[in-house]
Design a protein around this ligand. Structure first.
Ligand code: SAM
Length: 276
């Protein structure tokens, strides 16, 4: 066991992936799901008041009458999706958490909202249709490796009609500068975030070159020990625009967040609307 933990504690190569499920793990996805549905918690989804403000701004900026077909990548349990549908978009949501997609389908049916949800990986979409507008909300973009960011941009580009728009957000360099490197541990009795049974959590937060951070969690229970890597790439206006323009997009608008706040150097996030 000690040898195994020493192996798990090794600092991984840039963007090395966890070999075990995270978003679609049976137990972890249950905790994530609770976080999505808590309207007062900025966890897996932002707080409800922000989401409502965000949808209002989005529908005013990329209006459903001109951009009716909307693709929501990483839609989670459909919190945005339902508000988008009520705002007048014809919504398709994609997520690879089966728990979230199952809930989203059930919730839309109960509310008589006509939304298409698909349990799919947005890195390999199979939708056979083109959209007017795509969104990827809550800084998922920066959690991907350089290679996967290119893949997702290509996927979106290929799924948009000419003139179609793409809105997404990422954490800013301001947040990178505020990120503190540290190593901490915690003992969790039962029903913690990572496991139902008790465990010890070893957490390492460290910075990598080119404005990347890693949050590494080693979870040690009686039965096993596992390591999870959560990566993030942080951007300023120049680095983000360079990356998306290399993939063929034109810049339509730059904002401080997905509710249309004016961008400035202190903004914790940066949001862009791109045009195909
Ligand atoms: C931070 S949550 C944001 C959820 C939603 N956009 C919101 O703001 O409420 C990220 C979501 O993306 C999903 N996700 C992550 N990687 C994905 C992938 N490769 N394909 C599809 N969904 C993915 C997760 O399951 C999760 O529901």
């Amino acid at each position: 066991m000690l040898y195994e933990i020493k192996e798990l504690l090794k600092r991984p190569e840039l963007y090395q992936e966890t070999s075990i499920p995270f978003w679609d793990d049976e137990y972890i996805s249950k905790q994530m799901f609770k976080a999505h549905l808590d309207p007062e918690f900025d966890g897996a989804s932002r707080k409800m008041a922000f989401i409502e403000k965000s949808v209002k701004w989005i529908a005013g900026t990329v209006p459903p009458k001109d951009y009716p077909l909307l693709l929501d990548l990483g839609c989670g349990p459909g919190i945005y999706g339902e508000l988008f549908a009520r705002a007048g978009y014809q919504v398709t949501g994609v997520d690879f958490s089966s728990r979230s997609i199952d809930y989203a389908k059930k919730s839309a049916a109960e509310k008589k909202l006509n939304i298409d949800y698909f349990y799919q990986n947005y890195l390999s979409l199979e939708l056979n249709r083109k959209f007017d507008f795509a969104v990827m909300i809550y800084c998922d973009y920066g959690a991907l490796s350089t290679e996967k960011r290119k893949i997702v941009l290509k996927q979106v580009y290929d799924h948009l009609k000419p003139g179609g728009k793409f809105l997404f957000d990422a954490f800013s360099l301001n947040e990178f500068n505020a990120f503190q490197e540290k190593q901490i541990w915690e003992v969790q009795e039962q029903n913690g975030f990572w496991r139902e049974e008790g465990y010890v959590e070893l957490k390492r937060c460290c910075k990598y070159p080119q404005h990347v951070t890693l949050e590494q969690y080693i979870i040690i229970s009686k039965a096993e020990a596992s390591s999870y890597y959560l990566w993030n790439t942080f951007y300023n206006k120049e680095t983000l625009l360079k990356e998306v323009e290399e993939c063929g997009f034109k810049t339509y608008g730059i904002y401080g967040d997905v509710s249309g706040t004016t961008w400035n150097m202190e903004s914790p996030t940066i949001a862009v609307i791109l045009e195909k």
